[in-house]
Design a protein around this ligand. Structure first.
Ligand code: DLL
Length: 439
């Protein structure tokens, strides 16, 4: 396993191959600086550390981090807009923000140095997926307050690629430019990449025969079934990209060409997995909530940020030769988990049943309502071909049976006509929860 699978090009080979002892030394030194920085400059952290009775001097080993308090999304909201920043606002050269569907948006800020680090980590990440200097990168992540567009943009430029700053939407034009410019790389959310594939097929364009070679998909959960679908329909090798605005944006972790988990860049981030109920750190390999501490961020350092994302870590050696641990595919967020008659369910589990199911297209939505005192799940799927109602009802029965046997959830399945379900332009909306409205 120590022999690299192929002559893997690395953007920062020395640090990407650094041994465990070297990585841990670097982490401890950077963690100390981070704790000191937030304690001195961010009133929220000073209060939170004081309340727990810890000071930065209490960090002697990496394991001591467990004594420090967690940070959660509401801390950012409560300190809206600039209260969590560790530098005076004029030292920031960029702001990004979440859409803030509930309450105030979450604002994040970057110093010039933070933007530089981000570009380097994105360049590293893109290189790990097989993107090479000189490739044309078609960037269909949204530009604007979302970190996806600009994050990929700066990283692809840093790797010396040619970037098409397309953003999301205008799908027919995307396809024309992918083919006209000979793009080798498509960067998009997996749901939007599927939308592009579908539209191309409708236009009679065979993207699988185009120059496209690599897909860098992320920003939402997706499954192995969806990966096969995207590999086949776009003619790419699809890799998973993970990140979140609070920590940086895209480029926190990336799947290399071995595609067996996402390398988390440990020289810049410290990864923990904790039990979501007890908040106790879990040993390597256990499933739980991912918690991330930034090690080099200056504008907005984050200490033990609870991502709500459920995953597992592994430090098994990887065929690519990179030594940084891997985060296994994020199956979903704690907040997105549904409990249907006592069974825990992530939308991605339904996706793994639906995608590739004969006669069913890879588009779906879950609708949750309350019937009496029970939650009721209805899965809306779509037929590949227009067919009469009886045929679709028959198909729905088969899907329902499959969901019951694979996931153990009883649900209603509705098979819609082709094109009836909404198509994603960015992050797909997988769940319509109508319970609060009393439906
Ligand atoms: O989605 C950053 C990003 C942009 C990542 C482009 C990858 C590509 P946020 O909008 O802050 O940032 O959303 C972060 O999205 O906590 C996860 O719940 C989810 N997420 C991101 N990447 C993945 C992934 C960007 N590869 C939130 N798999 C995170 C599953 C993901 N979920």
């Amino acid at each position: 396993m120590t022999v690299p699978m192929m002559a893997d090009y690395m953007f920062a080979p020395d640090v990407e191959r650094l041994d465990r002892a070297g990585l841990q030394r670097l982490q401890l030194e950077r963690l100390r600086t981070t704790l000191e920085r937030v304690y001195a400059n961010v009133p929220h952290y000073r209060r939170a550390f004081d309340a727990k009775g810890v000071t930065p001097a209490d960090l002697k080993t990496l394991a001591d981090l467990a004594r420090f308090p967690f940070t959660v999304k509401t801390d950012l909201r409560d300190n809206y807009p600039f209260g969590m920043f560790a530098v005076p606002r004029p030292q920031l050269v960029r702001l990004h923000a979440s859409s803030g569907t509930t309450g105030k948006p979450t604002v994040v800020g970057y110093t010039e140095g933070d933007i530089d680090t981000w570009a380097n980590l994105m360049a590293r990440s893109l290189a790990a997926t097989g993107v090479r200097p000189g490739d044309v990168v078609h960037n269909a992540y949204g530009y604007g307050l979302f970190t996806g567009g600009l994050g990929f943009h700066y990283g692809a430029e840093r790797l010396k690629c040619t970037v098409t700053p397309m953003s999301g939407g205008n799908t027919e034009r995307q396809i024309a430019l992918i083919t006209d410019f000979g793009a080798q790389v498509l960067a998009a959310t997996p749901s939007y990449a599927l939308n592009i594939a579908e539209m191309a097929e409708q236009m009679g364009v065979d993207l699988a025969a185009s120059a496209l070679r690599v897909g860098v998909f992320g920003a939402e959960p997706w499954t192995e079934a969806m990966r096969s679908e995207l590999d086949r329909r776009l003619g790419v090798r699809a890799c998973d990209m993970y990140g979140l605005s609070e920590i940086m944006g895209p480029g926190v972790a990336i799947e290399c060409t071995a595609r067996n988990g996402l390398h988390g860049w440990e020289d810049h981030f410290l990864f923990e997995v904790v039990d979501p109920d007890t908040l106790e750190p879990l040993p390597m390999g256990s499933q739980g909530e991912l918690v991330i501490t930034t090690l080099t961020k200056v504008g907005l350092p984050m200490v033990r940020y609870r991502t709500r994302d459920i995953t597992r870590l592994t430090d098994e050696p990887c065929a690519c030769g990179r030594t940084h641990l891997r985060i296994l595919r994020v199956t979903g967020r704690n907040d997105d988990m549904l409990i249907i008659r006592g069974v825990n369910l992530f939308p991605s589990q339904v996706e793994s049943v639906l995608v590739g199911f004969p006669g069913i297209a890879p588009h779906y939505q879950l609708v949750v309502t309350r019937q009496g005192s029970l939650d009721h799940l209805s899965v809306e799927a779509e037929a590949v071909e227009a067919s009469d109602e009886d045929t679709r009802i028959h198909l729905a029965h088969q899907v329902r049976h499959h969901i019951k046997s694979m996931i153990g959830v009883t649900c209603e399945v509705l098979v819609r006509l082709p094109g009836e379900l909404p198509r994603s332009q960015g992050k797909a909306v997988r769940v319509r929860d109508l319970r609060q409205k009393g439906d």
